[in-house]
Design a protein around this ligand. Structure first.
Ligand code: UDP
Length: 327
């Protein structure tokens, strides 16, 4: 299939693009390089790429004239929860308004399926320890709200224009290409695993633990970490199913296993063999104590089998990339 991948120079977009290419699909990339990295496109060997914005109608017109896509995978988004609270305008503008511009071109060009990166942040405060797809969606920040808005828009576009969608609600994406060709390179970095690995490398003195008084076994927050390659594979399976069955679907993507912040740090110590200093600090605003996916639906309906479901493999691959890239 020929697929337009927006955000292909970013973290999850690049790992999915790599897997698409390895499975024989043709990838055309679109990235404005605000958070993506140009060298990633070179590493992936993508020749057909456009540096520009999903909100630029002239550029989109050109791309859709030059290529005929069966599907669009849409990863471009701003994804800093804290920033979304202080600057909601750029989140609604980028994540919602510009996505509508992209969707309109997809409809005009007769694209069959649209794969959308959504998030467990659309659920808001968890009412149960394992969150399934039918859990109420009440986002507590503009980032989650912007993703939920697009979910609603996709449903309306399906009804009105027959555009099929696959909505994937990620839990905590982590890890890297096992061969360390690409990995996680956010700037600024806010995610736990790369920050802990920074401490292991000596790029920071210590890692702050945001809250040690939660009602969890060791007092720290529990999250469901999912390997970025397993996320990537779920995108491909979801897309194939949407096209083969001519139907839309929504899936949670997580392993269904929760690990605490302290467990993550301990695993990073074991994998890296380095000492890692920690500092217990206040809770971070907006952090629910436990977020774990009930992801049986993707397993059952897509035959999705996470390959690296254990935290050690996830951290091993993250460390391999981190060490080779940042040491
Ligand atoms: N966390 C932490 N110290 C950090 C960064 C994150 O203790 O420097 C905690 C954070 O409070 C959360 C977990 O690690 O409980 C995962 O956070 P991350 O930002 O990686 O992902 P999120 O769950 O916010 O999507």
């Amino acid at each position: 299939m020929k697929i337009l991948v927006t955000g292909a120079a970013g973290y999850i977009g690049s790992h999915t693009a790599l897997r698409l290419i390895e499975q024989g699909h043709q990838v055309v990339a679109l990235d404005n390089l605000v958070y993506g990295h140009r060298d990633v496109l070179t590493t992936l060997g993508i020749k057909d790429y456009y540096i520009g914005d999903i909100g630029d109608p002239n550029l989109l017109r050109r791309i859709f004239q030059e290529h005929r896509f069966e599907a669009v995978m849409h990863f471009s988004a701003f994804a800093y929860v804290g920033e979304s609270v202080t600057k909601p305008d750029i989140y609604y503008n980028n994540n919602v308004v510009r996505t509508v511009t992209l969707l309109d071109r997809c409809v005009e060009a007769g694209v069959k399926a649209f794969v959308f990166s959504s998030t467990c942040a659309t659920y808001g405060m968890a009412r149960s320890d394992r969150i399934s797809e039918d859990h109420p969606q009440n986002p507590i920040n503009p980032y989650g709200q912007s993703k939920l808005m697009v979910e609603h828009i996709l449903r309306d576009y399906e009804r009105a224009y027959d555009l099929r969608h696959v909505i994937l609600r990620y839990f905590n994406a982590a890890g890297a290409d096992p061969k360390a060709r690409i990995g996680e390179r956010h700037d600024p970095e806010t995610h736990l695993i790369p920050l802990v690995l920074d401490a292991a490398l000596g790029r920071r003195d210590s890692i702050k633990i945001f809250g040690t008084d939660y009602d969890t076994p060791d007092g720290t927050c529990i999250r469901d970490y999912i390997h970025v390659n397993d996320l990537a594979q779920a995108h491909i399976l979801g897309l194939e199913q949407a096209i083969n069955q001519n139907a839309s679907a929504i899936y949670n993507l997580g392993n269904g296993n929760g690990y605490s912040v302290k467990e993550v740090i301990e695993t990073c110590r074991e994998v890296s063999g380095r000492p890692i200093q920690t500092e217990a600090t206040e809770r971070r605003a907006g952090d629910p104590p436990v977020l774990v996916a009930a992801a049986d639906k993707a397993r059952k309906q897509l035959g999705w089998q996470p390959e690296f479901a254990d935290l050690e493999s996830i951290v091993t691959h993250a460390w391999r990339f981190h060490e080779s890239h940042f040491a």
